[in-house]
Design a protein around this ligand. Sequence first.
Ligand code: HEC
Length: 384
Amino acid sequence: MLKSGFAALALVATASCPVALAQDTIGTLAGVITDARGAPVAGAFVQMKNAERRLNFMVITQEQGKYSSSRLPAGKYVVQAIGGEYQSAPSTPVDVAAGKLSSVDLTLAVERAAPLPPAWPGRSPGERGAEAAAAVGGAGPRLAEGEGKAIIEAKCMTCHDVQRIVRSRGNEARWQQVLRTMTAYAQGSTIAKPLTSDEEKALLAYLSTNYAPAPGAAARAKPDPFSRLPRTLVPPDARGYMVVEYELPNPRAEPHEVAVDSDGNGWVSQRVGGRLGRLDRKTLAYVEYEPPAAGSPIVRLNGIRRGNGGELWMVDGGPNRRFLSFDPKTERHHHFIDKETGEIHDIPWDKVQVCNVETLRGFEIHDYQVVIRGVRSGRKTATR
Ligand code: HEC
């Protein structure tokens, strides 16, 4: 177990985060959606996109084709409507100002793109689906003949089956990266046998030849983002919601699990890049925190839960084999651990003074926190 210096990092990150939005920074966007003949359309989707804030809001049109949202952070919005088999063109950017009403009317005059078959989030349809379907049918692809086959059978089957490998595609650099990750997993393992450098060379050539990227994969056009919305209008009893979507800065982050802190803010663990993200419930501002460095640079944040003291616990399922705790309270404070109950209490920053830190030779002190251990006295005077 590692109780990390995570909280200290949090102080650094919050310093650069956007200033909290008060109620008076929120504006309203409203309008009417009509079909090509000018008739109002109820039950259509309306997306309001604020590219700068990476926020998308989506509401449904009501009777007379009316929509509105009165909770939009001030900024520039592009509005687009989607209903039945038609959608509108994106609007020109419109300014939403604090406490003001802006309006955009749109016409559903463009035929929608064809519906998309199922796919992994962030991957193009069919990029892995066909191979996965074949695997479910029992007749998944087998290893190609060649020098690498025997190496894989001897060294790579300890932790997972061959499907993991034959379903992957990549150029030499990508396979090199996979081998580096697998080597890191094997280090310290009691069952995995490491690759020799000759084996690694042979395997790299075998994998990048036999499991190269599918032809044309890079050139494939990006699908229309609305291709998976329903093709029928939303019925009256289901029109009362608003979807708020935040697009992560790193589209490859593979957000894995979410947790909610005691203030209701959303936290997300990222499997690629290993960062922890926080979306503020009120301001919709997003910040990311980098876990402390460890032996391997590959960090795969996975399961995350809120602990009894409001702290977040998460698994780093990567080669570092650790779990971490993070204190979501980012203003400076100290900790008191109750030896009897194990509970952690926060102590206000100004209640404890630390002196003589400057006498610690050979260290450059940037920050410190005090952890005090003891028991809470019956009079409940100790903390909080
Ligand atoms: C010590 C255990 C272990 C061994 C040995 C191992 N792997 Fe893995 N492998 C994993 C784990 C865990 C994952 C899933 C997590 C990940 O992708 O980081 C994985 C995932 C993969 C993936 C999918 C990666 C992706 O990004 O989709 C490929 C490909 C792969 N392994 C190839 C190999 C090859 C080739 C070998 C032999 C050189 C090998 N593995 C040996 C543990 C192992």
